[in-house]
Ligand binder design. Structure first.
Ligand code: PXP
Length: 249
């Protein structure tokens, strides 16, 4: 398991004043120097945080994994092909939401993904491997759908776990996440995860859910970095991950 830092909210801060700073690509460099395995960004249709000009800058500086989170639109697939990142994480997107609110409804998009989206992404990959990851809730139907589509990976939506209002609700969601991870892993899919993770809820999640690969963390980490510095905050998350890895070894 390894940390990928989502740097969208560096762009949120920049855009709040319409200035050229702070620069998302510079944040990406600091995160990687502090030990993060890679960087995630979400280019939304409304460009509310990351902008098109951030993409080549991120591609140029990121040395580890670059994960392009996007809706499955023609426009985004075109930009994906221009950028050639390592991972393409497909998410649902609606204009009204403050953040991605849940996983893909795979039953609803299955045909479109099978006939248009997956072939288009793979055809334009220019022989290089862009891993396709589907952001899904931990329910059996969606995991089966991801397997049937031949996805390379899933990203488990951890938001319901992170926002659980009672310890027993959190425990129940961890059980669902663990079951989903086992099924996806046994079918050969890589298991990523993210949304709403922070320094309090990360360790219990990592202990409960097996087979985790890339853990994507943004809002809490970037927020904490305002007080403690970006490198220090990345280190704090890395320490949690390393500690759980050590317990499990
Ligand atoms: N994974 C996905 C698919 C997301 O949409 C987000 C939020 O942009 C994250 C992970 C990171 O979530 P957070 O910002 O709550 O850490």
């Amino acid at each position: 398991m390894q940390l990928l830092v989502n740097i969208d909210h560096i762009a949120t801060l920049r855009n709040a004043r319409g200035e050229g700073y702070p620069v998302p690509a510079q944040a990406a460099q600091i995160c990687e120097m502090a030990g993060a395995a890679g960087i995630v960004f979400h280019l939304r249709g409304d460009r509310r945080h990351i902008k098109d000009h951030d993409l080549p800058a991120l591609k140029e500086v990121v040395q580890g994994i670059l994960d392009f989170e996007m809706a499955a639109t023609e426009e985004m697939i075109e930009l994906l092909h221009q950028l050639q990142p390592d991972i393409c994480t497909l998410v649902p997107e609606s204009r009204e939401e403050l953040t991605t609110e849940g996983g893909l409804n795979l039953a609803a998009v299955f045909k479109d993904f099978e006939t248009r989206v997956f072939p288009a992404i793979r055809d334009g990959a220019n022989g290089s491997k862009i891993e396709i990851s589907l952001f899904v809730d931990p329910n059996l139907d969606d995991i089966k759908g991801a397997i049937e589509l031949g996805s390379d990976a899933i990203e488990l939506h951890t938001g319901t776990y992170a926002n659980a209002s009672t310890p027993s609700a959190a425990r129940a969601e961890l059980t669902r996440l663990a079951t989903a991870a086992k099924i996806a892993h046994s079918a050969g899919l890589k298991v990523n995860a993210g949304h709403g993770l922070n320094q309090n809820n990360l360790a219990p999640f990592l202990r409960a859910v097996p087979h985790l690969a890339d853990i994507s963390i943004g809002h809490a980490l970037i927020s904490e970095s305002v007080f403690h510095g970006l490198a220090t905050t990345v280190h704090a998350y890395m320490t949690i991950i390393e500690q759980v890895k050590e317990e499990q070894s």
